[in-house]
Design a protein around this ligand. Structure first.
Ligand code: NAD
Length: 451
């Protein structure tokens, strides 16, 4: 049994049975049967059903958002956005069903065409930090491309995923096409990875588990997308609008209590602007409203679990100095907004993913030094560059080795632009114009015109 706790109160929200390997076997058999009919259906019909699924999700945004607050502790505003994001992902994917075009390639003596075929049954292993959007990032395009999906949500956050599976049936999606199997990673997650009937795994979570899944997929040459950790830089050059950069920096790492793989947790500030930046950042951090996620004024809620709280605490040791915000006392997994200063460049808190409301500020000398520091972790997921010099913005955008950069903004993920990591932040891309293609095989067919 999985115990679902409210992270803001530590109260038990629900208990959910954990799937066994036998449950995974049965789900794969059901999914394979449903997928055959789904792939054979007319593209317009598949698109229509996905749009209907989106419409049903839209009717339940408020309910899903409250479920997200209860099991994940997200602020209500964020949770509403997340439920709406599932709707939008389904609509966007539905628009791709009838545009999943192959190519016609010039050849001598015949006609050459490519066909984009669905993979079959896709296993999606989702994390707890954005349970709904991340599950839908893979599920929506996989279904649109003609696949069936089995989703294993994280142990701590199975409820919204289970509800989405019910809504899919309500919308008219065939039984077995989209199934949700709550369970533990080492049992249900691993059974999906090892199952020969699963054609592709999409995994989002820690780099450590991602590597072990990659090794297991190798045994079957199983297709794999990995969205892993990050330790992203927020580079502030002295020529930037320092007021704007300092005002934007807090929520760039505090949104979702820092439990965001794109969180800008390495704030790199050019030395000549360093003191001014800290002077502006300090009150901004101290004023962040941390508390009841259901209160519309709250900017930051609790961490997901006691384990995550302990992990975050282990990085913020007594000897470290910095800026501390406020957090509630009493029950709940609370940690205050924290910015650490005067830490060595290679300190664990400066290079490892903490996944909590903790950032470091490091000074740099010039552009070359900024790029060196920005690339000085094993990750490469996202980053921000603040400068008024357009040439510098472009040079830095090219030099930072990360998949998702923003200039003079902390742009978040958009479902219509590609997303993914360089280096140990991941493998493959999700979202964007090619989202559906990631769930297909390309078949090349040559047809001779010889008489
Ligand atoms: P995790 O990698 O252990 O879990 C992510 C998902 O993988 C969950 O659904 C889990 O059940 C499943 N899983 C775990 N072990 C598995 C296995 N052996 N086989 C198959 N599936 C397995 O992440 P976590 O323990 O929940 O969090 C730990 C750290 O991971 C965080 O502190 C953070 O640094 C990182 N993380 C990153 C992201 C991200 O979006 N990149 C998301 C969550 C966690």
């Amino acid at each position: 049994m999985l115990q679902v706790l409210n992270p803001a109160t530590e109260e038990l929200v629900a208990t959910v049975p954990a799937a066994t390997p036998a449950d995974v076997d049965a789900a794969v058999a059901r999914a394979a049967a449903a997928q055959r009919g789904w792939a054979a259906a007319a593209p317009a019909d598949r698109a229509r059903l996905l749009r209907r699924f989106a419409a049903v999700v839209d009717e339940h945004v408020e309910e899903l958002a409250h479920q997200e607050v209860a099991e994940a502790g997200h602020t209500i505003g964020n949770a509403r956005w997340e439920a709406g994001n599932v709707r939008d992902l389904l609509d966007f994917a539905a628009g791709g069903v009838e545009r999943l075009n192959g190519r016609q390639i010039p050849v001598a003596g015949g006609l050459d065409v490519t066909i984009l075929e669905p993979l079959g049954v896709v296993g999606v292993i989702a994390p707890w930090n954005f349970p709904m959007p991340i599950a839908a990032w893979a599920t929506a395009p996989a279904l649109a491309a003609g696949n069936a999906v089995i989703l294993k949500p994280a142990e701590t956050t199975p409820l919204t995923a289970l509800r989405l599976a019910e809504l899919a049936l309500e919308a008219g999606l065939p039984e077995g096409l989209f199934q949700v199997l709550p369970g533990t990673g080492p049992v249900a997650g691993n059974a999906l990875v090892e199952h020969p009937g699963i054609a592709k795994i999409v995994f989002t979570g820690s780099t450590r588990v991602g590597k072990s899944i990659m090794a297991k997929c190798a045994g079957q040459v199983k297709r794999l997308t990995l969205e892993l950790g990050g330790k992203s830089p927020n580079i502030v050059f002295a020529d930037a609008d320092i007021e704007a950069a300092a005002a934007a920096a807090p929520m760039a790492f505090l949104d979702n209590s820092g439990q965001d793989c794109c969180a800008r947790t390495r704030i790199l500030v050019q030395r000549s602007a360093y003191d001014r930046f800290l002077e502006l950042l300090t009150p901004a951090i101290e004023e962040i409203v941390v508390g009841d996620p259901l209160d519309e004024r709250t900017q930051m809620g609790p961490l997901i679990s006691r384990a995550q709280l302990d992990r975050v605490r282990s990085y913020v040791t007594e000897d470290l100095q910095g800026i501390r915000g406020k957090a509630p006392e009493g029950p709940g997994f609370w940690f205050p907004p924290t910015v650490l200063t005067d830490v060595p460049e290679d300190a664990p808190c400066a290079v490892e993913e903490i996944f909590g409301p903790v950032a470091v500020v490091l000074p740099f000398d010039d552009e070359a030094d900024a790029i060196r520091l920005a690339n000085a972790t094993e990750y490469g997921l996202s980053g921000s560059i603040w400068t008024r010099d357009v040439g510098r913005a472009l040079r830095a955008s090219r030099a930072v080795r990360a998949g998702n950069l923003s200039v003079n903004s902390h742009s978040s993920v958009r479902y219509w632009t590609p997303f993914g990591g360089y280096r140990q932040s991941g493998l493959g891309r999700e979202l964007g114009p090619d989202a559906l293609t990631a769930f297909t095989e390309t078949k090349n067919v040559f047809i001779s015109t010889e008489a």
